[in-house]
Design a protein around this ligand. Structure first.
Ligand SMILES: Nc1ncnc2c1ncn2[C@@H]1O[C@H](COP(=O)(O)OP(=O)(O)OP(=O)(O)O)[C@@H](O)[C@H]1O
Length: 253
């Protein structure tokens, strides 16, 4: 069953009288419980694709179905409502509120929805336990590390039990060890809850925690690499494919 089914997605930008075609007839599916990464050389349109899929930007053409709903046909107001219920977001710079505690940041989507206190507590305990951040509940955001901040952001993205979580360079501001810890947390949440992930990343190590990696080039999803045996082989396949598409070593590490 598809959680995300995007078909014939096209997007152009007009700058100084010139039309730049960024996405051309992109087709992309994510199954329930799948973790998928999108990679590609710098400027290939990864962020544009993520923005289009999440409704931050509008495609020129194409249809996006998320959790059975034709998301691309909703009004802006309906999209915002649908996003809160069915989609989670994780960003490179965490986007947490420094005026709130760790627990309040995670619970924010439920607080805004006025969910009952016992539901809030039950979901917080369950998620904080898996993410290993129970002891940080009352800390301020400025008092915790980058890796801890990203765990809090994952907790906030998960709290509404969405169909899919989108990540824009979720390990982009973390060192390699912390990136690994954060990706293991995501994988654990994915395996326990069956929530799907679609992550844009330039990092082969981060992508190797996923089940499948899609490569963007010249506005199209040009290649796909699936995890078939060891993590090391998968990482090597990812790296070779990206290099073959013109993304150099600097794009990876
Ligand atoms: N709002 C915009 N207006 C005009 N051009 C844009 C806009 N957003 C992106 N672009 C252009 O679209 C192209 C793709 O940009 P995008 O940020 O999607 O690439 P990317 O693959 O995410 O790059 P990177 O890996 O460097 O972050 C770039 O040439 C960029 O300059």
């Amino acid at each position: 069953m598809y959680v995300l089914n995007a078909n014939h997605i096209s997007k152009s930008y007009k700058t100084a009288g010139e039309t730049m075609r960024i996405l051309q007839n992109v087709n992309l599916q994510v199954m329930k419980g799948e973790m998928v990464a999108i990679m590609g050389p710098s400027g290939s349109g990864k962020t544009t694709l993520l923005h289009v899929l999440t409704g931050v930007d509008t495609p020129d053409d194409g249809e996006i179905v998320i959790g059975g709903e034709t998301f691309s046909q909703l009004t802006e107001e309906e999209k915002a409502f649908f996003r809160r219920k069915h989609m989670g977001m994780i960003f490179q710079d965490f986007q947490l509120l420094e005026s709130l505690t760790v627990k309040e940041n995670i619970l924010l989507p439920l607080i805004l929805e006025r969910k009952e206190a016992d539901i809030q507590q039950e979901r917080f305990s369950r998620i904080a336990d898996v993410l290993g951040i129970e002891k940080l509940a009352d800390k301020g955001i400025t008092e915790i590390s980058g890796g801890q901040k990203q765990r809090v952001a994952i907790g906030r993205a998960l709290i509404n039990e969405p169909d899919i979580i989108f990540g824009d360079e979720p390990t982009g501001s973390l060192d390699r060890k912390t990136a690994g810890d954060v990706m293991r947390c995501m994988k654990q949440m994915n395996q326990r809850s069956g929530i799907s992930f679609l992550l844009v990343t330039h990092d082969a190590y981060t992508a190797s925690f996923c089940d499948r990696v899609l490569f963007l080039q010249d506005g199209n999803l040009a290649k796909e690499v699936k995890k078939e045996n060891t993590a090391d082989n998968f990482r090597e396949d990812i790296w070779k494919t990206l290099c073959g598409l013109g993304g150099g070593k600097d794009d990876l590490f």
